[in-house]
Every structure is written in structure tokens, then in C-alpha cells.
Design a protein around this ligand. Structure first.
Ligand code: ZN
Ligand code: ZN
Length: 167
């Protein structure tokens, strides 16, 4: 994913970019992009730098944490970058994370920043549906599609005393 900063005539500017999943040159394990990536950026410039911030969003297919079937989620990550022009110096941005030096063409390539942002915003427990029943701990079947009786009958003895209290 890139933006040609030199081609932009006026600042500040809002830029929207869409890229198809087949054009996306990065992999995140367990994540399948289904409708490409949308990026929306606000860009400001000074004599020596460009300041970019915005969001990247994507519809992805993950793996359901309960039943291991596909789980469709929309993920969104934040982007904050400083692109340094050839005339600028990265020195004074030592403590800023995403500082990207530009060459004289001023084409900013920020796929890695998007990848990192998505990784940081990934749901910890994606679900195929909010009330996914998961896999049966006894017979291993998907309880959403194969209701079974085994789990109901088997109770964990550790909870018996609690059950007595409840009664
Ligand atoms: Zn599920
Ligand atoms: Zn079962």
C-alpha cells in the first residue's frame, strides 16, 4: 500500500485508498482478507515532513475460538506516521515509532505499518456467531450443527457442592 505524496497539491488533505486482497503483500497467520483493505488518512505537511494519521479497516475471515469454523469480523486499526522528506532529518523523531524516510520521489510505502496496526487490533476471541455453542468436550462434535446429549449428562463433580448451596 502506498501513497504518492508529491502528487498531492494541497494540504491538509484527506485521502482514501482501497486495495484488493490479492494486491496486499502481507500475511497474518490465521487471517484471510475477504474484501480488501480500506485506508483513510489525514495528511499534513511542513517543509521537512509529512504527518499522516488515520484508520485502516478490513473484512476478514478468522477462526472461531470455540468451534474452529470460519468467523467473519471487521477489523480496524489506527495509523500514525511521520514521513521525512529528503531535506528533513529523522534525528528529532528518535522516540516516535513510525518514522519513514522518503527519497526524492516521495512515495510512501506503508504496508508494514498497516500489518502491525491490524495485528494490534485483532480480536482475541473471534466468534462465528455471538452465541456459538462450540465443540462438545466429550464427543468433539460441533454443537452448533450436531447437537449431542453427552455434555448435559456429564457434570463436573467440583461444582456439586456449589449446586447444593444453590438448591
Ligand atoms: Zn463458532
Ligand atoms: Zn457430545
Amino acid at each position: 500500500m502506498k501513497v504518492e505524496l508529491k502528487e498531492i497539491g494541497e494540504f491538509p488533505v484527506e485521502v482514501s485508498i482501497f486495495e484488493e486482497e490479492k494486491e496486499i503483500g502481507f500475511d497474518i497467520e490465521g487471517v484471510k482478507f475477504v474484501e480488501g483493505i480500506n485506508v483513510h488518512l489525514s495528511i499534513q505537511q511542513t517543509d521537512t515532513e509529512y504527518y499522516l494519521n488515520g484508520v485502516c479497516t478490513a473484512n476478514v475471515e478468522l477462526v472461531c475460538a470455540r468451534c474452529l469454523e470460519p468467523a467473519n469480523e471487521k477489523i480496524a486499526g489506527e495509523l500514525e506516521m511521520i514521513a521525512i522528506r529528503e531535506t528533513g532529518s529523522a534525528e528529532r523523531f528518535k522516540d516516535v515509532e513510525d518514522v519513514i524516510p522518503l527519497d526524492d520521489k516521495e512515495i510512501l510505502e506503508f504496508s508494514e505499518q498497516i500489518r502491525q496496526s491490524f495485528i494490534g487490533s485483532m480480536p482475541l476471541k473471534p466468534l462465528c456467531q455471538p452465541d456459538c455453542l462450540g465443540l462438545c468436550a466429550t464427543c468433539g462434535k460441533n454443537r452448533n450443527t450436531n447437537p449431542c446429549n453427552c455434555s448435559e449428562e456429564k457434570t463436573d463433580s467440583r461444582w456439586d457442592s456449589l449446586k447444593d448451596l444453590a438448591d
